[in-house]
Ligand binder design. Structure first.
Ligand code: GLP
Length: 256
């Protein structure tokens, strides 16, 4: 079969454990920054939140503290933020990034972009367009780091998101609110909406690494690998990306 919907295969690298995977990605990011620095260019990273990248960020902080890397010429764009959401809310992705990474490295504040969750409703559309343009103004994202939701979302591109989607306001599935409620005191505090980069925004990154660990991710990863590229499993659109790889621990890979 060779219709355009038939999936090519995303390469998968399985590590002995998730720390090894995170260390490998941290090393790759450091090398990328060093190469870009040597060429006198900025490094543009696409960053994710959630439990998945925590170890990666710890490793990056370690490498910065050991003098291996500077983030002075690094620009970051985060995938998503809840809406509505204040930046100082401990459940916000602004708060997460500040505490898990930005406060511990020498990155410049003005180079860190996390979608704003505190805008009045009528400003969201123009702001999302601005976010897209801002990414393009830096020549696009060099390396996008992704996690995956148990329902196959990437960023907050929930099932139903199209391949062409760009940065926009989206509704969250109840299952997503429930899973993410652990970051809040009560599920009632989890917003019903979010601003997220689109599937197309993610596919436009020059390189993509999806990290996943634990048995809770095994089923959806098997679906991504078995499915054709379709909206019901947004991560399956990554089959369209020529430089995308999944880096997994053995339990996440157990159903592949
Ligand atoms: C969250 C985020 C995603 C993240 C995913 C997995 O809802 N919006 O960007 O990748 O869900 O989260 P975790 O890494 O905690 O499993």
């Amino acid at each position: 079969m060779s219709d355009s919907n038939t999936r090519p295969t995303i390469p998968i690298q399985i590590f002995e454990n998730f720390t090894d995977a995170s260390q490998f990605v941290a090393q790759k990011i450091v090398r990328l920054i060093q190469q870009k620095d040597a060429a006198g260019e900025k490094t543009v990273l696409g960053l994710a939140t959630g439990n998945t990248p925590r170890t990666l960020y710890r490793e990056l902080i370690k490498k910065y503290q050991q003098g291996e890397v500077s983030f002075k010429n690094v620009v970051t764009f985060n995938l998503d933020e809840y809406y509505p959401m204040q930046t100082d809310n401990p459940g916000s992705y602004h708060y997460f990034m500040k505490h898990e990474l930005f406060d511990h490295i020498d990155i410049k504040c003005e180079n860190c972009h996390v979608p704003k969750g505190d805008l009045p409703w009528e400003k969201i559309g123009p702001y999302c367009d601005w976010y897209e343009e801002k990414i393009k103004s830096y020549g696009g994202i060099d390396l996008q780091i992704l996690g995956i939701g148990q329902n196959g979302h990437i960023g907050f591109n929930e099932p139903g998101s199209t391949k062409e989607s760009i940065t926009r306001l989206v509704n969250l599935e109840e299952q997503t609110r429930l899973v993410n409620s652990s970051e809040f005191e009560h599920i009632d505090q989890v917003p019903y909406q979010a601003i997220t980069m689109g599937v197309q925004t993610i596919l436009d990154a020059h390189e993509v690494i999806l990290l996943a660990n634990g048995e809770k991710k095994a089923k959806i990863l098997a679906e991504v690998m078995a499915n054709r590229m379709e909206s019901s499993v947004p991560a399956s659109f990554l089959h369209h990306h020529p430089r995308c790889i999944f880096m997994l621990d053995p339990t996440a890979a157990s159903l592949l």
